[in-house]
Design a protein around this ligand. Structure first.
Ligand code: GLU
Length: 548
């Protein structure tokens, strides 16, 4: 067979050579050890935690080493493409602190290794396709769907591995005349790789996450170019990651089964193999067993979920770090205020089997993160969230920033800040009572007579002075307690609860409920200071009136 002639027959328009492409996309001039990596998503419109895990891993590896992170859009499957998906992806990842140095952007490409959208790279793939054909390493296959399914049926009946290989590779050794006849008839064809691999052969391979792997050679003649001339993932991966000078391929471990083919393909093309970082899946506990997070069953897989719940970006970022690198938490304890980016991230610390996603843990991390923010920061983020997801609350927050910030400052700062908020969604329940429209009607403990509650509230009103400091304020609450025969001695009450109608805690609760509508609230003295004298008094009076 004259492979040169075949190459010319299949790709008459391709005049560029691989050597010219080498010049067009030169080796990057980066410091020794710099990691060049990428995110290579398919624009399906669904951005999920897995993207973030992969994104953060590649982003850290690139930027920590003084390297480059670029975005390549893998749009070879036009059927799956959703309009606007690239923009959503860029925005979402940016929101989580992942910035690309080059690649696809909102308006076109940035960088000299483009185009960064695979459909626009068809002519580049064809250069390599032509070269492979001219070397006898690839060939056209004119099999129809029917022929392929018939082949599969035979293989299944014979209990053989299914696929296009060995004696089943019908077009592997066909003559020029056969090929020409098909082309003349205008029949569609795909380009297949002519595998020289043997499944009897194994070799060792080092993956940065999985460690040492034993790989079995590939013997399948996989498709390189589909009938529309667009490459498969495999072929595009080899051509693009070579020409874009990727040093590390960070991707999901669902690609491990085709890794043997990728290794083979890089070799056939004369490309240096990049390092691979195969990330295990994200899992969750379901009863007593672990399972992969699923798009269908788990709303928490989608990144939009975290935004709608109101997890601050920083919290999600910190949490992902804790599941990716087991030493992150220790580092965080030792460096409570250091920016997360100063942590030394290592792909080697990723769990090869995948990471366990624990919602409760994320919530804890988020509480911590929020507790360390300033009131102003909380105000800004909370208001932004509420304006989008709870516009009524958002409008109230925005209408008086000073008031809201004062509320959010309660218990903040100091060694042991309060941890009331895990997500912005919690905020209304926590602080809504400051706004009259959200004030709930108190439900007093039925153990106490209404008259008792009224008496305590009236006594409080008589003594209440907004200018009191918190010490005097509490002395007054204690005075009411004893005046009413309740006790301030919690030990004595515990020893004999029948000896008193109640304690200072009950008296405080009456007042708290009258002012906040709730049995739980931030520090009541401070609440009154923020509400001011008139609103505090009004609320207590209104409660008394309702009780009567
Ligand atoms: N488009 C592939 C995917 O979304 C990319 C895998 C890779 O990073 O190479 O899974």
């Amino acid at each position: 067979m004259d492979y040169q002639a075949l190459a010319q027959l299949l790709f008459p328009d391709v005049t560029e050579t691989p050597e010219q492409l080498e010049e067009r996309f030169p080796v990057r001039n980066v410091p020794e050890g710099a990691v060049i990596t990428r995110m290579a998503p398919s624009p399906t419109g669904f951005v999920h935690l897995g993207n973030l895990v992969q994104g953060l891993t590649s982003e850290r590896m690139a930027h920590q080493s003084g390297g480059v992170l670029f975005l390549r859009v893998e749009d070879t499957d036009a059927k799956r493409e959703v309009p606007g998906a690239v923009e959503v992806l860029i925005d979402t990842l940016k929101h989580y602190g992942i910035q690309f140095d080059e690649g696809a952007t909102h308006d076109g490409d940035s960088g000299i290794y483009g185009p960064y959208r695979q459909r626009q790279r068809a002519s580049i793939y064809h250069v390599y396709a032509k070269r492979l054909v001219s070397e006898g390493q690839a060939y056209p296959c004119f099999c129809t769907e029917e022929e392929l399914s018939a082949m599969r049926e035979v293989q299944e009946a014979n209990k053989e591995t299914t696929g296009y290989y060995g004696k089943y590779a019908m077009w592997r050794e066909r003559s020029m005349e056969d090929i020409q006849a098909q082309l003349n008839a205008g029949n569609p064809w795909v380009l297949r790789f002519k595998s020289m691999g043997n499944i009897e052969n194994q070799f060792k391979f080092d993956d940065l996450v999985k460690g040492k792997l034993t790989i079995t050679e590939n013997n399948v003649d996989h498709v390189l170019l589909k009938s529309d001339g667009i490459p498969t993932y495999h072929f595009a991966h080899a051509c693009d990651d070579h020409l874009m000078r990727t040093t590390h391929v960070v991707r999901g471990d669902e690609w491990l089964p085709t890794l043997p083919f990728h290794i083979q393909l890089f070799k056939a093309l004369g490309f240096k193999l990049p390092k691979y970082v195969h990330i295990g899946p994200l899992m969750k506990m379901d009863g007593n067993s672990k399972r992969k997070l699923s798009k269908r069953k788990d709303p928490e897989l989608a990144l939009t979920f975290y935004k709608a719940e109101g997890f601050p970006v920083k919290a999600v970022y910190e949490y992902i770090m804790t599941i990716l690198n087991s030493n992150f938490e220790d580092w965080r304890r030792a460096n409570p205020d250091a920016p997360a980016e100063t942590f030394k991230f290592s792909p080697k610390k990723l769990n090869p089997a995948g990471s366990l996603f624990d919602y409760a843990k994320l919530t804890d991390v988020s509480k911590n993160v929020i507790s360390k923010m300033t009131a102003e920061e909380v105000y800004t983020l909370l208001t932004e969230w509420a304006q989008e997801f709870d516009p009524d609350f958002g409008a109230k927050l925005a209408a008086d920033d000073e008031f809201a910030t004062k509320i959010l400052a309660i218990g903040r700062g100091g060694k042991k800040p309060r941890k009331d908020l895990a997500v912005w969604k919690d905020a209304k329940d926590y602080m809504g009572f400051f706004y009259d429209e959200y004030l709930a009607e108190p439900q007093f403990d039925e153990k106490f007579e209404k008259a008792t509650v009224i008496e305590a509230l009236n006594r409080f009103l008589e003594k209440f002075d907004i200018t009191d400091d918190s010490g005097i304020w509490f002395e007054k609450v204690k005075a009411i307690t004893t005046e009413m025969g309740f006790t301030t001695d919690m030990k004595a009450y515990k020893a004999d609860p029948t000896a008193f109608p109640g304690t200072v805690a009950d008296i405080s609760t009456f007042i708290r409920q009258a002012v906040t509508g709730k049995t739980n609230s931030p520090d009541l003295y401070t609440v009154m200071q923020i509400l001011g004298k008139d609103r505090t008094v009004e609320r207590i009076q209104a409660t008394i009136a309702k009780l009567k």
